[in-house]
Design a protein around this ligand. Structure first.
Ligand code: AHR
Length: 332
């Protein structure tokens, strides 16, 4: 009788367990094998651009269960406070690693010290944080200063080839999120080259937040203010799309046979098509496909192997002359 009673209680217990599991959650319950997954908390800074979407997809598509990861993804919607909240959440969940792309460089000391005190390694992605090196394990991303320099070096060469080296050249710059590594690096790099040319005049540099809507708005202001712009430097492709809308409305053409030289950054597919058509003169690549670099670093850290403090992704520049070879394989 006692045995029957016990079996009855156990069956009742099982029944009530499955009854309270939400539909489809059975698969989500961690099995013994899944408990070995590397748990990663990832704070993405937002979804402002085509580049950012490609970056999120690369990381989400690589840090998968099949590859041995359990990924907790958080979108901070451009707010540093949201990123700090997410990182604190990851610390209290005791994740194995924190990966994050800092929206701007300043203001991370306190939360990164908390991660360090909790013994959780931090990996910075894409942009940098201006903190003591002991507060993070490693960084993966682009050499933004080099990107800015490459844009300037390309312009030097283009003006030389078109016989305009000695002309007065008026330049306007649409900048990305102020205080972000991409804005700081690209501005410093381009300015360094421009500084060597007394006939290059940077009329104005204005933030346009890396978005198409703001890019259009800022370009409209520039066009109202400056009747004689020779070069537009737009620090990402999304802003460039806004620039082109503003130019189009005024009947101004850009690119190889246009009125204004147009320099862009990122090299997403839609922009590369415009390079191929000669509408954008040059697109300096910023490579968002960083998932595999991060996975490789995480595997190495799991094996107690050394990792470099800085890991730059591979990048190049695209002009109408070389873009054709890359268009077919561009996935974003
Ligand atoms: O930090 C990388 C930059 O951020 C990309 O150039 C831009 O498109 C994104 O929003």
């Amino acid at each position: 009788m006692l045995a029957c009673l016990l079996i009855g209680i156990l069956l009742a217990g099982c029944g009530s367990f499955w009854d309270v599991m939400p539909q489809g959650k059975e698969e989500d319950a961690l099995s013994d094998a899944e408990e070995d997954l590397i748990v990663v908390g990832f704070s993405q800074l937002g979804s402002e651009s085509v580049w950012r979407t490609a970056n999120s997809e690369s990381i989400q598509g690589t840090l998968t269960r099949e590859n041995g990861f359990f990924l907790e993804f958080n979108n901070a919607r451009q707010k540093q406070d949201n990123q700090i909240k997410a990182i604190r959440g990851f610390i209290s969940q005791r994740v194995d690693y924190i990966v994050f792309s800092p929206v701007t460089e300043e203001g991370w000391e306190t939360v990164l010290q908390e991660a360090k005190d909790a013994g959780i390694p931090v990996i910075l992605v894409d942009r940098k944080a201006s903190v003591d090196e002991s507060l993070y394990t490693t960084w993966v991303g682009s050499d933004m200063r080099k990107e800015g320099e490459n844009a300037g070096i390309w312009l030097e060469e283009y003006l030389r080839q078109t016989g305009r080296s000695d002309e007065e050249i008026n330049i306007v710059v649409l900048q990305g999120t102020i205080g972000s590594s991409s804005q700081i690096g690209r501005t410093e790099g381009f300015d360094a080259i421009a500084g060597a040319h007394p006939n290059w005049h940077i009329l104005q540099q204005e933030p346009a937040d890396f978005t198409t809507a703001k890019g259009k708005e800022v370009m409209e202001q520039f066009l109202r203010k400056y009747p004689n712009i020779d070069v537009v430097v737009s620090q990402n492709d999304d802003m460039t799309f806004g620039v082109l809308q503003a130019m189009d409305e005024k009947g101004i053409t850009t690119g190889v046979n246009g009125d204004v030289i147009l320099i862009s950054f990122d090299a997403v597919r839609e922009a590369l098509e415009m390079v191929a058509q000669g509408v954008i003169n040059v697109d300096v690549e910023c490579n968002p496909v960083q998932g595999e670099y991060i996975a490789d670093i995480l595997y190495r850290l799991e094996n107690n192997e050394m990792v470099e403090k800085e890991n730059c992704v591979k990048e190049q520049i695209f002009t109408p002359e070389n873009v054709g070879e890359y268009l077919d394989t561009r996935t974003y």
